[in-house]
Design a protein around this ligand. Sequence first.
Ligand SMILES: [Zn+2]
Length: 479
Amino acid sequence: MSEIEQSLKPLFDEINNLKPKFIERLTKAVAIPSVSGDESLRPKVVEMAHFLVSELKELGADDVRLRDLGIQPPPVTTPDLKLPPIVLAKFGSDPAKKTVLIYGHYDVQPALKEDGWATDPFTLVEVDNKLYGRGSTDDKGPVIGWLNSLEAHKKLGLDLPVNLVCCFEGMEESGSLGLDDLIAEEAEGYFKGVDTVCISDNYWLGTKKPVLTYGLRGCNYYQISVKGPGADLHSGIFGGVIHEPMTDLIKVMGELVDVNGNILIPGVNEMVAPVTEKEKALYDAIEFDVDELNAASGSSTAIYQDTKDILMHRWRYPSLSLHGIEGAFYGGGAKTVIPAKVIGKFSIRTVPDMDSKKLDKYVFDYINGKFAELKSKNTLVVELIHDGNYWVSDPFNDSFTAAAKATKLVWNVDPDFTREGGSIPITLTFEEQLKTNVLLLPMGRGDDGAHSINEKLDIPNYIEGVKTLSAYLHFYGRS
Ligand SMILES: [Zn+2]
């Protein structure tokens, strides 16, 4: 056992001792229904911010601030609805120590008992060594987890191995309104001197093995509008005698991707970074198989059977999905309408080294070219609706190495290095604005049901998670 492992033993013992207190703290947090998407519950979101402030102060935080973000921009139904504040706090400012910024969110997804919850979503309930309640895993468990770590240090009179800067927001589930600007404003202010950022707000890939996450895909979302007739028409009168917008749109959308997920737009696949041997090796250790994919999709419709193929296509290759057609007839029955205007929606999940602007150009040129081939007299317009860039970090840097050592010490197994197919836009903002790297260090398991009914956090994940977050700070502090 190394010296650092030896020195962490009393801390881990203290964390075990404090388990009832930690569960009680999470119970209090879950009891506040801080649903950011429900305007009527906005006072509860603010109450949750104040709860964190009082906890942080009790734990000895310096320079605690509630940063006002002003009025929520439209669309809102409540006039002059204030955004919930960002909670900022610091622990220590020793220039000899490294500084870690921890980010988390204190708002939650909506939850109603009637949605199918077995118990009241805002009462933390323990069943079979799991804690059920809205926000237990996303993201109150991890946020409270950091506070628990601070409490264990305080109880032992143990110095924090790093300076800690806390940034907790209350609008994550509703687009993180105001956070980008705040990070930009404080990059040279409150956040000055931050060496690395640690975010605990995602999940293990499965249920057994801890992971560290080093990449997220981006997303460019497009729409194609095709219009022609002045109004919706009857096919008995106009069928066969006019160019129909829906026919044009289906033709064009049908040329974007094949049934095996291959993107057919020239230039797109050529931008993808080649797989390196070092990267390939990271996939060898990962515990995952096609059965887990089938269980998650509720079907046996997997394109790939091999684990590596599945994960690489989810994490490190782009994908194109068709999402819907606005303006099309979609009800039951047999309406004989010819829609006058239809808008097709699709998106491309992006990966390194795709250039977003170049991608837009390839998409626009291809679609306009395919439409021109149809020689239709309708008009087509293709546009980008929104884009968010991908993120990928170096899984071998100091922060990831510290987290890997912490995981190994606590869980007695090397973590899997994963990416995710979705995006967490704030990751990129921190990296760009603070000019530092970001580590995603999840606490919960893949089956926690974040955003779903019966959200839970396993007690071992909660308690060992507090140890992992703590040990990470110690290993990083000495790196
Ligand atoms: Zn979250």
